[in-house]
Design a protein around this ligand. Structure first.
Ligand code: SF4
Ligand code: SF4
Length: 491
């Protein structure tokens, strides 16, 4: 795989006469890419994906989900002050953040699987950098014209028309960038409220800072950096090669059919020559400036626009489509040899990725469907370790917390197990020493209780004994336990 695309608009690498490779600067001056407009199946597919993804990005925060009184009704919300993540009916508490790690692992393995199957479809169709760059290019094309017009304008003198077009283009880019940054904060705040407060100046400076940050990054990355982010900054192309094999589908040029290339016009004979008419349309439509005829390159994001461009040329020349096509290397070898093409889906790496994906998904689904809606935490008083009461029994103090993760009040019966003769006193809930105590916990909160346990001194066999706090939910019979320690005097 070649490390980078051809950096020059003419397609020729610049080398001074007689200069050896070792004297060539490692710094490659940026050469602006002017992607040409193209029509075709993959272009339509990319517009559709772009529309769906942008639609989802802007619309999701406005979806509502009724969670009851006092709870946010935004379907998807990262509630930082409330330390909660809401996704429709799912509510993730801070201690369950491992679900997000699981999702990231699933996403990574899914990406490995898709890459092994169909190459860089993530980069070419769904990556945010691709989507926003495509949108910015569309705006540029609408305001400044198609490739040739833009090149001519950039190379020409500054005129009023050029200045106006540039100003309008950048203004449009900034509007999109502000909308992008503005939409991002909807995911962290109630969307209607924060939108209104943004205009009335009621939101915090942090919110304005994030809008500014995402506005600036969108403008710089999609407007200016564009393909440079994919080629020089993104780590993904660096190791995605490890996921490909000879059966992965990639955008490829049928050099065995296209070469030797040469200019031709409709009606010319293609006897003893290749089908590539060297029109360079495939390179001109490429958003990263790659000439796919030079073979696989890191700069190729797999957007497939060169397929559309070349198919258009093949149609005009009355030649078979697919000189540039989605195909595997092994199929290309077969086709060149006149053998039938064959798609080999069940390869070891595909099966391994699929099995890992299934296992991780299975673990996550099982863990999520059996997740507990109550958690307890016991902290023993460290000072004093114990108190000897007037009746001769030994008392220990505890701070006991019950996390109620559902949106209704619940009652729990607490008993202390493992200590013979143990009695409980919960401050505010019992007036005397008793065997078990009922503790109410309000909806969606942590109930904190001060507890004392006393045990007759002669029933303590060791200086330190284990005590098991056993909690039984009154209505549903759910039980949960946590161990702690009970200290007494030296024996
Ligand atoms: S070479 Fe083709 S598939 Fe690759 S980035 Fe360029 S246009 Fe897209
Ligand atoms: S678009 Fe097709 S015919 Fe034209 S240069 Fe590219 S590969 Fe050759």
């Amino acid at each position: 795989m070649n490390p980078s695309p051809d950096p020059t608009p003419s397609g020729k690498r610049k080398r001074k006469g007689g200069q050896s490779d070792s004297n060539v600067s490692l710094y490659a001056k940026h050469v602006k890419i002017y992607p040409k407009r193209v029509k075709g199946t993959f272009r339509t597919l990319r517009w559709s994906v772009l529309g769906v993804l942008l639609g989802l990005y802007y619309m999701i925060p406005w979806a509502r989900w009724d969670r009851g009184l006092g709870a946010p009704d935004q379907a998807v919300l990262v509630d930082m002050p409330g330390r909660r993540l809401y996704f429709f009916w799912i509510e993730i508490w801070p201690q369950e953040i491992y679900y997000l790690s699981g999702l990231l692992i699933l996403g990574a393995i899914g990406l490995f699987l898709v890459t092994a199957l169909a190459g860089r479809v993530w980069c070419g169709f769904t990556c945010p950098q691709t989507v926003w760059t495509d949108l910015f290019l569309l705006v540029e094309r609408l305001i400044e014209g198609d490739r040739n017009k833009r090149i001519k304008m950039d190379e020409g003198k500054l005129t009023v028309e050029k200045a106006v077009r540039k100003i309008v283009k950048h203004a449009a880019w900034i509007v999109i960038s502000v909308l992008t940054g503005g939409a991002w904060i909807w995911y962290f705040n109630d969307a209607p409220t924060v939108t209104r407060e943004l205009f009335t100046g009621e939101v915090s400076s942090t919110v304005y800072s994030f809008v500014a940050l995402f506005t600036a990054t969108t403008y710089l990355l999609a407007g200016w950096a564009r393909e440079q982010l994919c080629i020089y900054m993104c780590p993904w192309p660096r190791f995605q090669g490890a996921m490909f094999d000879e059966d992965s589908l990639i955008v490829t040029y049928e050099s065995w059919r296209g070469e030797p290339r040469g200019a031709a016009k409709k009606g010319d004979s293609f006897e003893n020559r290749g089908h590539c008419v060297d029109c360079e349309l495939c390179r001109h439509v490429c958003p990263t400036g790659v000439d796919i005829r030079d073979g696989q390159q890191m700069g190729c994001i797999g957007c497939a626009l060169c397929i559309d461009a070349c198919n258009e040329v093949m149609d005009k020349m009355a030649l078979p489509r697919g000189l540039i096509t989605y195909d595997s290397i092994s199929n290309q070898i077969n086709r060149e040899a006149g053998k039938p093409a064959r798609f080999n889906l069940f390869r070891p790496r595909i099966l391994i990725y699929a099995v890992i994906l299934l296992i991780v998904s299975g673990i996550m689904v099982f863990d999520f469907s059996t997740r507990k809606t109550v958690e307890i935490n016991v902290q023993r008083d460290r000072s004093p370790l114990f108190v000897t009461l007037s009746d001769g029994s030994v008392r220990n103090g505890y701070t006991f917390k019950i996390l109620n993760m559902v949106r209704q009040e619940r009652s729990f019966i607490l008993t202390a197990r493992g200590l013979p003769g143990a009695k409980i006193n919960a401050i505010g809930y019992t007036s005397d020493w008793i065997d078990e105590v009922t503790l109410p916990v309000k909806a969606d909160t942590v109930g904190t209780f001060r507890l004392f346990i006393k045990v007759p001194k002669d029933r303590l066999e060791e200086r330190s004994s284990n005590v098991k706090f056993h909690l039984l939910e009154v209505d549903k019979g759910l039980t949960i336990e946590q161990e702690s320690v009970f200290y007494g005097p030296e024996k």
